[in-house]
Design a protein around this ligand. Structure first.
Ligand SMILES: Nc1nc2c(c(=O)[nH]1)N[C@H]1C(S)=C(S)[C@@H](COP(=O)(O)O)O[C@H]1N2
Ligand SMILES: [Mo]
Length: 412
């Protein structure tokens, strides 16, 4: 009897405790939302999700002449305002956006999203987002760049000539870990990675690269990926051109040959010399100040500033010329030089007020040197007066300063 009563009392006590917990939980949730409701729109901006100052107006722009808007009326190829950026991290809201191939940005519920790893593996696997997030993770800073990022004489600003590259801190699970769990079979040599949007963007990636440093990323700059960057999951293939960075990643098939996916058309050249210039982005740099469309107020001291990156590893040094390439001097690296990441360089400069041409040239950790347009053309035996760019364009961008301080594109 006594025992029963005690048990019963205990049950009631714990019941009350549970009820109390629930009530407190509900109350605090209510408290939060009613507090948010009570905030003026202005305070909400400050408290809930920060906004930048109304005096800061830098924006992405779609570039005319790069298929935007396309035949479906969709906006493709939206460029990052590199001229306004400090440091090496592109804010997520200004990260460049590339083609969606006739699809809208898909609205994916992460609870319903799955990643499947199959093909030539011992144990085909399917992961939910929650399962992926329980696995060992890493955060790394990497640039990505679209092969469409090619300078031409028509481009007036660095946003137009180079705005299809951006750099972020990505967080996710090493692909090697997932492939290790699945058990890659003998004879496998490639993977095909596929996205979940309507047209299923996909790319073939060499297995060696997949096992080396690729990331299955769900985080970007400290928060979830943005929908335009592949929410809830994307593949990061550090140093490889944009097409490999599969957004809305839903499937990785391990295979024994290169599969010509829809996405690989136009990115793979039958000319082996051109084919050697796609896939991995060559050492590249561009001066972002002074750059096209800006104006120097007069002669005097300036800080030249720019970005350098390479698909081959870390930036070792960036040389700058202020006389059209007659003399070069080392700039200073003004940020960490992470492998396959934008790296900020800077150099003191005194402008004497005379017309001049500014150039920058990246040398990466492999010792590879960024070529001039003429050097790249000579590689293909182009006539010197008409060098054409093939593959990913990593040639040197000249900016011409006129005597009134205007900065113009120096390509002709
Ligand atoms: N699923 C999917 N992934 C994709 C694409 C796509 O159309 N679909 N475009 C690719 C191309 S061409 C580039 S340059 C990069 C651009 O990534 P971003 O839009 O996040 O800058 O994503 C790549 N990944
Ligand atoms: Mo791209």
């Amino acid at each position: 009897m006594a025992t029963t009563r005690r048990t019963r009392r205990r049950f009631l006590e714990s019941g009350a405790a549970l009820a109390g917990l629930t009530v407190t939980g509900v109350r605090s949730a209510l408290g939060q939302s009613s507090m948010a409701d009570a905030l003026s729109p202005k305070n909400k901006e400050l408290v809930a999700y920060g906004e930048r100052s109304k005096y800061v107006t830098s924006i992405r722009v779609p570039v005319a002449g790069r298929m935007s808007p396309d035949m479906y009326g969709l906006t493709f190829h939206v460029t990052t305002p590199l001229q306004d950026q400090f440091g090496i991290i592109t804010p997520s809201s200004l990260f460049y956006v590339a083609t969606h191939r006739g699809s809208y940005v898909p609205e994916i519920n992460p609870d319903e999203h799955r990643l499947m790893i199959h093909g030539m593996v011992d144990r085909p696997l399917v992961f939910t987002m929650d399962e992926l997030k329980r696995l060992p993770f890493v955060s790394r800073v990497h640039f990505i760049e679209c092969q469409g990022n090619r300078a031409s004489a028509q481009h007036k600003t660095v946003q137009e000539s180079h705005g299809l590259t951006s750099c972020a801190e990505w967080t996710g699970v090493p692909l090697s870990l997932l492939l290790g769990e699945a058990g890659v079979q003998k004879g496998a040599s490639w993977i095909v990675a596929e996205g979940a949007e309507e047209v299923k963007g996909a790319s073939s990636i060499p297995l060696g690269k997949a096992l080396d440093d690729c990331l299955v990323a769900y985080g970007m700059n400290g928060e979830a990926l943005r929908p335009q960057q592949g929410f809830p999951l994307r593949l990061l293939v550090p140093g490889f051109e944009g097409i490999y960075q599969i957004k809305y990643l839903r499937r990785i098939k391990v295979v024994d040959r290169h599969y010509m996916t829809y996405d690989d058309y136009g990115h793979i050249s039958p000319d082996p010399r051109a084919a050697a210039l796609v896939e991995q982005i060559g050492p590249k740099s561009v001066i972002t100040f002074p750059s096209g469309g800006q104006r120097l107020p007069g002669p005097g001291f300036y800080e030249i500033s720019g970005l350098a990156w390479s698909g081959g590893g870390a930036v070792r040094r960036v040389e700058v010329s202020t006389d059209g390439g007659a003399h070069w001097q080392d700039s200073e690296l003004r940020s960490p030089a992470y492998p396959m990441a934008h790296t900020r360089f800077g150099m003191h400069w005194k402008w004497d007020g005379r017309e001049c041409v500014l150039l920058s040239r990246c040398v990466d950790e492999l010792g590879t040197v960024q070529p001039t347009r003429a050097e790249a053309g000579a590689f293909f035996e182009d006539p010197p007066e008409r060098p054409r760019v093939r593959g990913a364009d990593n040639t040197i961008q000249p900016w011409k300063i006129t005597s009134d301080g205007s900065v113009l594109n120096g390509l002709s």
